[in-house]
Design a protein around this ligand. Structure first.
Ligand SMILES: *Cc1c(COP(=O)(O)O)cnc(C)c1O
Length: 367
């Protein structure tokens, strides 16, 4: 039997800025499935895989960065953490803070959080404040609180977040035996695209702006190539595409409803140094991709997650996906977090039959 997965800090200790004596706060995050997606391969003429980050302990990739960030908070002796969140950061911070016995303060934008994510923060015991503003306002407040008071900021501007999140790139290379040609993912605050680029680069024996700013333990190269990074934003929240801050971002994909990304410089470097792109997809395309993932790939993701797949499908329609390319799409979060958006107008009222063979078979068209 293969050794059980030990969480990202233990699995990638030699590539993370942790000392052996530092205690890891872990929920055994990472080690998520990389699944072939024949329906997407067929639609694009490429070979497409999805990296299912909704399989993490709190249902999103945020756990990879939260194990590293919260572990550092604990080794630095801080007693409280704060974050701004569109939902998944708070769900993850609340769980890891609970595990570590820390106070967790969460600043949420008024009325824009999916119900499942809000429930997670509450059950894990976080202290919630609703901010009269959007995510960008929440992040400004969280930064100010961490600056003025003894609470540690665990948003992705905390460099240990990106350190943890880069492990997803390691896992993909470990699973495929090579780097993909293209890596597609949704872009909101732009930490994740920066983290993946750092991970792929470190496995290729190279550095990035992020890894130079915050040096981590590194070994030699595992592979010789890096993918092109393809980032996708929602049309109503696409500051990279417009090359300007978006004052009032709007999209059904609440996890990427961000107008002023914190990791702006790292993300543009990832795009440009990889020969990649950051484009926008419509909410309609995001919902179509979410439905396709659920009905044909068998993976239920939240709307923001489907932006990666919507983007690759858009590029395929434009003839811009190289034939036979090896493509990995990160699907960032679990569909169960936001069932309301996924169900839309659909009827939740199945026909009632008696518990008897013949009427049931007749209703199902089997008889
Ligand atoms: C946080 C999040 C994103 C956006 O990631 P960034 O690092 O902010 O670009 C996308 N999808 C989901 C589900 C998320 O939770």
């Amino acid at each position: 039997m293969a050794a059980p997965w030990r969480g990202v800090i233990a699995e990638y200790a030699d590539r993370l800025p942790f000392e052996p004596e530092e205690h890891a706060i872990t929920l055994l995050e990472g080690g998520t499935p990389l699944i072939e997606a024949p329906a997407l391969s067929e639609a694009t003429g490429a070979e497409v895989y999805v990296k299912v980050e909704g399989a993490n302990p709190t249902g999103s990739f945020k756990d990879r960065g939260m194990t590293t960030a919260i572990s550092k908070v604990v080794s630095n002796g801080s007693q409280a953490v704060v974050c701004a969140s569109t939902g998944n950061t708070s769900a993850s911070a609340a769980a890891y803070a609970a595990r570590a016995g820390l106070r967790c303060i969460v600043a949420l934008p008024v009325g824009k959080i999916a119900a499942g994510k809000l429930a997670q923060a509450i059950v894990h015991g976080a202290e919630l404040v609703q901010v009269d503003g959007n995510f960008d306002d929440c992040l400004r407040l969280a930064r100010a609180l961490a600056h003025a008071y003894p609470v540690s900021l665990v948003n992705s501007v905390n460099p240990y977040r990106l350190q943890g999140q880069k492990t997803a790139a390691f896992e993909i290379v470990d699973a495929l035996g090579c780097a993909p040609d293209i890596h597609a993912l949704p872009v909101g605050n732009a930490g994740n695209i920066s983290a993946y680029w750092m991970g792929y680069s470190e496995y290729a024996g190279m550095t990035t702006a992020a890894s130079l700013d915050h040096p981590s333990a590194r070994r030699g190269a595992v592979v010789s190539t890096r993918p092109r990074m393809w980032g996708f934003q929602a049309e109503g929240a696409a500051p990279f595409v417009k090359d300007a801050v978006v004052e009032n971002p709007e999209t059904i994909a609440t996890a990427i409803r961000i107008g002023n990304p914190a990791s702006w410089a790292y993300a543009t470097a990832a795009r440009d140094d990889s020969g990649g792109l950051i484009d926008a997809v419509s909410d309609a395309d995001i919902l179509d991709a979410q439905a396709l993932l659920a009905s044909e790939v068998g993976v239920f993701v939240e709307p923001a997650s489907a932006a990666s797949v919507a983007g690759v499908l858009k590029k395929a329609r434009a003839g811009q996906v190289p034939s036979g390319a090896l493509i990995v799409c990160t699907v960032t979060g679990n569909g169960l977090k936001d069932t309301a958006t996924a169900l839309g107008e659909r009827e939740l009222d199945p026909t009632t039959v008696p518990a008897e063979l013949e009427p049931a078979a007749a209703l199902l068209g089997l008889a």
